[in-house]
Ligand binder design. Sequence first.
Ligand SMILES: Cc1cc2nc3c(=O)[nH]c(=O)nc-3n(C[C@H](O)[C@H](O)[C@H](O)COP(=O)(O)O)c2cc1C
Length: 173
Amino acid sequence: MTTLLAFSGSLRADSFNTRLIHALGVLAPEGTTVIQFDISELPFYNQDLDADTVPEIVAALRAAIAEVDGVVIATPEYNHTYSAVTKNLIDWASRPFMKGPIIGKRSMVVAAGPGPGGGVHALEATSTLLQLLGGTVVAQVGVAGVHEKLKAESGVVTDEALAQQLRDGLAAF
Ligand SMILES: Cc1cc2nc3c(=O)[nH]c(=O)nc-3n(C[C@H](O)[C@H](O)[C@H](O)COP(=O)(O)O)c2cc1C
C-alpha cells in the first residue's frame, strides 16, 4: 500500500493545478491512495508562529506529511518559478530545522498552465528545491495547454497522454 498526500500551489477557485490534484484519485494505480490536503488556510510563514505550539493547520500538515509515503505538489508557474503558495507549503513542511517532514521525502511534481511552456521553470525550480531538502523526485509532469486537457470544473483528465503520464508518475512511488 502506498499513501500519498497531494497539494495544489494555487488558491484560485478554478485552478487547473487543483483540478489535476482532484483527478489523481481516479488515476492512481491499485494499492495507491491519494489524499488531498487543502492549504488555502495555511498562514504565511512566520517564524514567530513556528514556536513550541504551532497553528493547528501547521501541526496537521506536518503530521500528515510525516505519515505518508510521498507527496504530490501541483504548482502554477508564476514569473518563471513556483507560486508563493507552493513555497509557503515547503517552508512550513521543512521545519523544525533538520526534522521537517518534507526533508528526504519522495515526491512527484506537476506544473500546469494554459501557456505553451508547460510550467517548465516552476517544475524545475520545485524539483530542485525538494532535492536540496534531501528528497527524491520520482516523477515530473509539466503540462502545457492544460485548458484543453481537462474537463471544465470536474477534475477529469480528457487527454490520454497526460492521464498516462500522471498514472506513471503515481506508479513511480
Ligand atoms: C502573477 C502571474 C505570473 C505568471 N507567470 C507565468 C509564467 O512565468 N509562465 C507561465 O507559463 N505562466 C505564467 N502565468 C500563468 C499561470 O501559469 C496561469 O494563470 C495558470 O493557470 C495558473 O495556475 P492555476 O490555473 O492552477 O491557478 C502567470 C500568472 C500569474 C497570475
